[in-house]
Design a protein. Sequence first.
Length: 277
Amino acid sequence: MATDLKSLLNHPLSSYSAVLDDLTAEDASGLFSFTKASLGTFYNSAPVLSGLADTNITPDQNLVLNFNEKVTAVAGNIQVCDSDKNVVATVSVTDKAVTVSDLSVTVDLPSDLAIGSYCITIGAGAFEDADHRDFTSTDVINFTVSAAGTGGVDPTDPGTDDVVSKSLDGQGTATVPVELDALTSAFNFTDDTVEVVGNNVVITGFSANDSITITGAVKADYDDGVIGSNGAGDVTILYNLDGIVHQIELTGVAVGAGLVFDVNSFNALPVGDLTFN
């Protein structure tokens, strides 16, 4: 079949697949001619998944898929499999848990993932671009889930080797503590006890990848009954140096109630350590 070039160009791009199934197109003069095969990449340029915005996430962190062009959700599923290839989560692309914005698709999984290795797949035709070209890739994207992740690191407060150093000095007052979330990164919290201001902070999510470094005091000062827990397992580190009060509360990190720790017994807990310099 020969089709006049002007007539061909009047077709919307979305209908090219029908026009190009069996096509040789040329203008009246015969100067221009092309076939479906010669269109190559132009005809077949379906949207491409370039990867995940972050391949090491925390258990409660959303997945963010990056495409090479803007896409729209059509129909199909996003599936997450564990390292044994078992499907652990299935989300429809038209579900409210999936948000499409510009080149990115954010997936809020129905439940937090356990720490481990995972992969993600997207059903063919689940997304399409502005010209109705379907996403067709069968690529498998691998990612990991860890207690710290990497996506939660505050870029304005970078640490070394993905560990964020955060000073506790002057944060919170005697009656109004400041709440800090250690789940968003691996933290080294620092407390300078010789500062002219103290602190009062509550740290949630304090885990084995976090630590607290004390300067201006020695380990023996903290062995003398200043570390204790309540019935909820919250551990409070309360230190008073010449009227300057330093209080750090770690929520839910101790087993049992009414425990008093020295530094060694605190560091034996399955959470981050208290160190001195």
